[in-house]
Design a protein around this ligand. Structure first.
Ligand SMILES: NC(=O)c1ccc[n+]([C@@H]2O[C@H](COP(=O)([O-])OP(=O)(O)OC[C@H]3O[C@@H](n4cnc5c(N)ncnc54)[C@H](O)[C@@H]3O)[C@@H](O)[C@H]2O)c1
Ligand SMILES: N[C@@H](CCC=O)C(=O)O
Length: 547
């Protein structure tokens, strides 16, 4: 006899999560030495095969594309297959075949698998995840550490949030039993993940899976090295064959094949706004195809502002601008990319910003002194170079520091600050996803007007920082910017949301604002079935006094 669901007698509580604490990777420390040794091992070894993993099988690569290190693009680290429609259909079939058992598995068993995954990330695979994230996505020790820790946090906190959903049950009166059956979606979920966070790459396929769904996961080809490690962790943690299937290749093709299936139940996307809109259009165009309305979750681009009131602390502002704009080369969706600064603070701040930015070390991420690594690929470097050229030719703009790009060895873009006198300039409205901060200086008594400018200048509404000590001014900003950002920071940089503390997401062009890190994000992957059981069914159809 097979016992697929040996439900234990009792309702255990899942562990209380705490945030994983960052190590500092001091030069020569054991943790730094271990990661550097792992980096040496990855670079010295043969080019890695980073295959599709369908129904638990790591498939032969076939036609393939190279994966290289952005800070040294001559260094080939791996090869990924280019998925065909046949591969994608095989992944969908594997997912659908796994659905029956996985969707009926006790949620506590699924929880155990992802708690195990957290420990594997934190233990056995930590150095490998650090090394592959640093090499493949060009993150410094510090930025890779934030990323790997966030993946641990995602697994642990999502389990706690799942518990909240499953244990939230309705009120029942005497004689009636009401139950909410938090079913997974009927079909499969497509997860499309961006290059910039290993944690997001792990979170998007695992969150629907934790809630009992089966998944086809297409990671960014630019994070393939670390995504392969994440996939191995899923398998080792006990995610059954077919529950999460990884396919590499052209996102458009993968999405089109998925959208041709009646079983597409949802898409979990993080990436650029334009791509998400194309996905939404694809869903609309195929509406009659689907058995259910697919759930669409999209966390997308940003043009995140820092606005300072004259009462702001200049040093805190300086730090937030530098870290917010230039950490990870400005390639966080939350990065500060435009600033509105008052004339009275500008004179001193201008010099400090120029000096500090000019002193940031750009280069090889395996070196401790590096603050800014390479941007992710040649297209990103070219995009920034084109912006710099445009700015240099425009009378309303001045490059205060930076403004050059070098692509010979790696894809390096100097951290750059542009001052503009045009508050509606393209540098104040468009996302460039690189180390570029645009500054508009306003007159001190124009606070409210400037808040209005900020709010109406870009299509995005992701993160925003307000600096100041004048409470009335801060409250005015919070009011005017009510719909401007899903994440508002007061006297803090606009990046670095922490799982379990700040749940992340944005509105307007920045996404569906489903708040990663909150119960709302998990709620999207269940479809309630309400069950009312009557212990005293009516035996008489008549109303009183009918005669
Ligand atoms: N709001 C957030 O939480 C958040 C987080 C991280 C990144 N981002 C955003 O992501 C972007 C950077 O990441 P990226 O360059 O990897 O984004 P991207 O949109 O280029 O790619 C994201 C994913 O979609 C796939 N894809 C590309 N074209 C596609 C298409 N036509 N149809 C379907 N899938 C397609 C990619 O292969 C990748 O897997 C930035 O705009 C950034 O702001 C947002
Ligand atoms: N959650 C991250 C950003 C994710 C997007 O790239 C932050 O808060 O900085």
């Amino acid at each position: 006899m097979t016992i697929a669901n040996a439900r234990i007698a009792g309702n255990p509580r899942v562990p209380e999560p705490v945030n994983e604490q960052a190590r500092d990777y001091a030069p020569g420390s054991p943790e730094a030495r271990n990661v550097l040794a792992e980096i040496d091992a990855v670079t010295a070894a043969d080019v890695r095969d980073l295959p599709n993993v369908i129904n638990g099988v790591r498939r032969p690569i076939g036609e393939s594309a190279p994966v290289v290190a952005p800070h040294e693009h001559g260094l080939e680290l791996g090869r990924i297959p280019v998925a065909t429609a046949e591969d994608v259909n095989a992944a969908i079939d594997a997912a659908l075949a796994a659905r029956h058992d996985w969707s009926r598995m006790d949620w506590l068993d699924r929880v155990a698998i992802f708690l195990r995954a957290a420990e594997l990330v934190n233990g056995k695979y930590r150095d490998e995840l650090m090394a592959t994230t640093m090499l493949g996505q060009s993150k410094t020790f510090h930025q890779a550490e934030i990323d790997v820790n966030e993946l641990v946090d995602f697994f642990r906190y999502n389990v706690k949030l799942a518990e909240q959903i499953y244990t939230a049950q309705p009120f029942s009166v005497t004689g009636v039993q009401n139950v909410m059956d938090h079913r997974p979606l009927e079909g499969f979920v497509l997860a499309l993940t961006p290059f910039n966070f290993t944690a997001i790459a792990g979170n998007l396929p695992s969150t629907p899976a934790l809630m009992g769904n089966v998944v086809v996961w297409k990671p960014s080809e630019k994070s393939a090295l670390s995504s392969d490690v994440v996939m191995r962790i899923f398998v080792e943690a006990g995610v059954p064959a077919g529950v999460i299937n990884l396919v590499h290749g052209d996102g458009k093709l993968v999405t089109e094949v998925a959208q041709a299936s009646e079983h597409l139940a949802g898409i979990s996307f993080t990436g650029s706004t334009a791509v998400f809109r194309s996905i939404w259009r694809g869903i609309a165009n195929n509406l009659e195809t689907f058995r259910s309305y697919p759930r669409l979750v999209g966390e997308t681009g940003g043009k995140n502002a820092v606005i300072a009131h004259p009462s702001a602390d200049p040093q805190a502002l300086l730090v937030a601008l530098i870290r917010g704009a230039f950490e990870y080369q400005g390639q966080k969706c939350s990065a500060a990319s435009r600033a509105y600064l008052p004339r009275s603070l500008w004179q001193d701040l201008r010099e400090q910003l120029i000096e500090t930015t000019a002193g940031l070390v750009v280069g090889d991420v395996t070196r401790h002194e590096t603050f800014v690594g390479a941007v992710i690929d040649l297209a990103a470097a070219d995009r920034l170079a084109a912006v710099f050229d445009h700015v240099k030719q425009s009378g309303d703009h001045e490059i205060l520091v930076g403004g050059s790009v070098s692509t010979e060895k790696g894809w390096f873009v100097e951290p750059t600050i542009v001052e503009t006198t045009d508050p509606r300039s393209f540098v104040m409205s468009e996302e460039f996803f690189g180390p570029l901060l645009s500054v508009y200086v306003y007159e001190d008594d124009d606070w409210e007007h400037t808040l209005g400018l900020l709010d109406s200048t870009s299509q995005y509404a992701l993160t925003c920082s307000i600096f100041g000590s004048d409470r009335i001014a801060i409250n005015t900003a919070l009011d005017v910017l009510r719909d401007n950002a899903g994440m508002i920071y007061v006297n803090d940089k606009p990046t670095g949301a922490t799982m379990g503390q700040q749940s992340f997401g944005g509105g307007r062009g920045s996404g569906t604002n489903d708040k990663t890190g909150s119960v709302l994000a998990l709620q999207r992957w269940v479809s309630g079935r309400f069950i009312k059981e009557n212990m005293t069914p009516d035996l008489d159809w008549t109303y009183p006094y009918m005669g």
